[in-house]
Design a binder for this molecule. Structure first.
Ligand code: FEO
Ligand code: CA
Ligand code: CA
Ligand code: CA
Length: 595
């Protein structure tokens, strides 16, 4: 195991502390600027008139949203193109009708629903450095692209064409309109992005009383129908989201979706070999033998941590050879033992058109092996996987050569149901687990694990709310932290943690932020505090590490309507509604952010 190392460089900035200010707070010496906001036009056309949309949405506004930056930005991925341009790939996870529209009532009207659908998905946008040291987006760049809740996507891998994926409107089970609830994501070594469909169940409404058999059982395990469908209203106007009218559309969601930013005409591809669950993120690492390993979490209380190992090997000099690597390989789920060991239990292997399920799985999976990928949660249940406290980002740290998993919180865990890896009853603060694969090899089937961070407040008296670093209690100089969600790493291997959930009074009652854990010196600092009601997502560095990017998602969330807003961030213009946006952060003196 990596030992603490007191000679590693300390974090080069003084910590800030959580606050409730209506502004972005950074340590002394840093600046920030907005890169792109909800409604900014990606094509050469007009920006979305979000001020008018607040009053009345028309069909023309829905069409404009298809070309404008979407809502609730989550994942942020930076990459450069072969011709030297800079791109961001940004997910648009969900929408907040109560913050977008003045009058939404119990259910959105037809155009409010359609505008929300088109504000979902993701954006690919070219950015360029500006004279202030920050970045702005390039309006009308040929790289700019919107993928929305209605864009045509392909389905590939073991569930392609399966009877459960066929619908009345699309009887081949090989294509689907839209990707939804794209939360976090990951970048592949071949320059594509794996965007993840997380709370896909929240779009499906209607009654399940006429459903039977496997369809009913699957929907129950994935919380379909779901009461939150009324908030978006899709099912009121599109039969495919109404399970009474189309019981099988939901099987075409809940996947990892591969998008190629370098091929604007190529449809996104739902990679079914990576399993179907509430996918938070999918992050990759190349193993020593060239196979690619994808780490994935199912973000729900008492759900699981997974990985997928490709059959084929990454070809550094042949991009085309990598583009279908994710269709063949083996899917595993994690079992954590209380003695700090753990193992990866195989669910199924797919090679060509042959699927080989784990022989210990129940008969239903042996008879219809594709179920391992469509009904992945039940396969994991049967294999004795460890039920976790909501797995969020799960990512290989190239410096520590270990895998870091954020477990955001789980207030429903009872004392009698705690285990070594999820040790706190009523875990309202969350924790971070580090997995050290045997031989530091990501294809290993055995691992060791430890708990670098139990989130909380150093001054709290209740055990489940105390901040503990590497097993040691902390003092009041360490900033309180709760609800760890997205992760990234700087050049030195420090762990950057963005949080989601602090405004809740059951946690810190402060704005969400970005923290940095130095795993060598075992110190924790806070780097950024957001504005009221927002969560911070997609922490990401530019390749020179001089810029830190993140998303300010749903500023003002928690307000019942726009009459009652705690913030109108990012302000400017005639502000009526707050606007989710991506920001860039840099040092005034131009040095690396983490220097
Ligand atoms: Fe969309 Fe698990 O956060
Ligand atoms: Ca998340
Ligand atoms: Ca990440
Ligand atoms: Ca979140």
């Amino acid at each position: 195991l990596t030992k603490g190392c007191a000679t590693a460089p300390a974090l080069g900035f003084p910590t800030i502390y959580p606050n409730t200010d209506d502004k972005i707070t950074l340590p002394e010496g840093f600046e920030h600027g907005v890169v792109i906001r909800w409604g900014d036009a990606l094509d050469g056309g007009e920006n979305l008139d979000w001020n008018r949309i607040h009053q009345t949405v028309t069909e023309a506004d829905v069409q404009r949203q298809q070309q404008c930056f979407g809502y609730n930005c989550d994942f942020v991925g930076y990459q450069t193109t072969p011709d030297g341009k800079h791109l961001l790939v940004v997910n648009h996870e969900y929408t907040n009708p109560e913050l977008m529209f003045q009058t939404v009532g119990d259910r959105p009207n037809q155009w409010q629903a359609a505008l929300q659908r088109e504000a979902h998905g993701l954006s690919i946008v070219e950015i360029a450095k500006n004279t202030k040291g920050g970045w702005q987006y390039v309006k009308g760049s040929p790289y700019n692209r919107r993928i929305t809740g209605s864009s045509l996507c392909e389905i590939s891998g073991p569930a392609k064409g399966h009877p459960l994926l066929k619908t009345a409107a699309e009887p081949t089970g090989t294509r689907v309109n839209g990707t939804l609830n794209n939360c976090s994501a990951g970048k592949t070594p071949w320059g594509t992005v794996l965007t993840c469909e997380e709370n896909f169940h929240t779009y499906f409404g209607g009654s399940d009383s006429n459903l039977t058999g496997m369809v009913k059982e699957l929907h129950k395990r994935y919380d379909i129908p779901n009461e939150r469908a009324d908030r978006y209203g899709f099912y009121l106007y599109e039969d495919r989201f109404n399970i009474e009218k189309e019981p099988q559309e939901a099987f075409r969601f809940g996947w990892v979706v591969e998008v190629d930013p370098l091929s604007p005409d190529r449809a996104p591809i739902k990679r079914t070999a990576l399993g179907r669950f509430r996918h938070e993120a999918a992050t990759t690492v190349i193993a020593p033998d060239g196979r690619v390993v994808v780490y994935m979490g199912d973000d729900e209380r008492f759900e699981y941590a997974y990985k997928f190992v490709t059959k084929g090997k990454y070809q550094a000099n042949d991009r085309a050879a990598n583009l279908n690597l994710l269709d063949e390989g083996e899917l595993y789920v994690a079992r954590f033992n209380d003695d700090l060991t753990g193992e990866w239990r195989a669910i199924a292997r797919v090679e060509g058109s042959t699927i080989t399920p784990n022989p210990n799985l129940p008969t239903a999976f042996q008879q219809d092996p594709a179920l391992c990928f469509i009904y992945t949660r039940a396969a994991a249940d049967a294999l004795g996987a460890t039920k976790m406290d909501r797995p969020e980002d799960f990512e290989w740290n190239p410096v520590t050569k270990s895998v870091w998993l954020a477990l955001t919180y789980n207030e429903k865990r009872k004392a009698q149901a705690t285990d070594g890896a999820n040790p706190r009853p009523e875990n309202v603060m969350g924790h971070v687990i580090e997995i050290i694969e045997q031989g530091n090899n990501p294809t290993a089937l055995q691992f060791q694990w430890r708990l670098p961070l139990l989130c909380g407040d150093p001054t709290a008296s209740e055990q489940n709310r105390q901040l503990v670093l590497y097993g040691a209690p902390t003092n009041g100089e360490v900033p309180p932290i709760s609800a760890p969600d997205n992760l990234t790493f700087d050049r030195a291997g420090n762990v950057w943690i963005a949080t989601d959930g602090n405004p809740g009074s059951e946690r810190l009652g402060k704005n969400d932020g970005v923290y940095v854990l130095n795993p060598f010196r075992r110190e924790l600092k806070m780097f950024l505090s957001g504005v009221p009601g927002c969560e911070i997502c997609g922490p990401e560095f530019s390749s020179d590490y001089q810029t830190f990017f993140c998303a300010i998602q749903h500023p003002g969330e928690g307000a019942k309507s726009t009459a009652d807003l705690p913030t109108r961030w990012p302000y400017g213009e005639e502000v009526v509604v707050p606007r989710p946006a991506v920001i860039a952060v840099w040092r005034r003196d131009g040095r690396e952010v983490s220097a």
